[in-house]
Design a protein around this ligand. Sequence first.
Ligand code: PSU
Ligand code: MN
Length: 312
Amino acid sequence: MPRLKVSKPIPRGIPSWLHVHPDVAAAMVAGEPVVALESAVITHGLPRPVNIELARRVEAEVISVGASPATVALLSGQVHFGISREELERLAIETKMCKISRRDLGVVSAKSQSGGTTVAATMYVSYAAGVQVLATGGIGGVHRGKTGDVSADLLELARTPVAVVCSGAKAILDLPRTLEWLETAGVPVIGWKTDEFPAFFSRGSGLPVSTRADTAAEVAAILSSHWGMGLGSGALICIPCPENVSVPNEIVEKALVQSEAEAQASGITGQNLTPFLLSRLADLTGGATLQANLALLPNNACVAAAIAQAIT
Ligand code: PSU
Ligand code: MN
């Protein structure tokens, strides 16, 4: 197989505001693969104590494939790329954690606060560290209805050259409009062994991806070509939820209609909306969406590690 060359996004060194965990730094110096992990899913996406169990499992999965996990988070104002076991526990257990998207990075740091980073903020930090592959459950996107709520994840994908491995956008979103937005922004949407855009808890959405890849080497070739031309945008690699725990579209839809009505009645909007809807969906489906979420995250991390290996 020919060796693929992927242009490094940041030729200068690690910026002074970023603390890289020694294990991650060692892996980077040795030229070994590193996978960045978001942490808003730990602080805001999942209930305690499954959040800490899951966070540990995701890191273990990346290690088992031969890559180093770098969970991104802010602790007492310090931006971290890779955290210790104790720091991971702190992130998962402490209440009053902020949900940190791009706009919040400087603010939370200035105020010496702590929190989990969304896909947008994690992409920005990964780029600064020089790491090109990030794993998550699902990205944010265009919300349904007329709220005008568009996740900062989409804008980050438009301007930051990092590959985001996910199970599509969360099912609570307007998927056709999210895909239109990604097309406008110049973000390739790559289906992993599928032609269909996954709908997070469900394996399919009936909507097409922009291209398909069946191996990590194929994904690496696409990324290499995309970034090699100087296209500054990110890319999405979309992996359907494992079959045995996926939830049929109709069941998710029904629970969603009810959850959204509740959110509206309670005046829940903005960055509180996603955590609220995810938690209500889990209740209304008897925990099925939570089980799906818990299975797809380590699965995505595993594929992300294989892709990181293929581009290193
Ligand atoms: N997927 C989940 N749970 C989550 C998220 C994704 O299963 O909590 C988080 C991710 O961090 C994503 C963020 O980047 O939600 C998007 O939030 P918003 O729509 O407010 O931009
Ligand atoms: Mn939003």
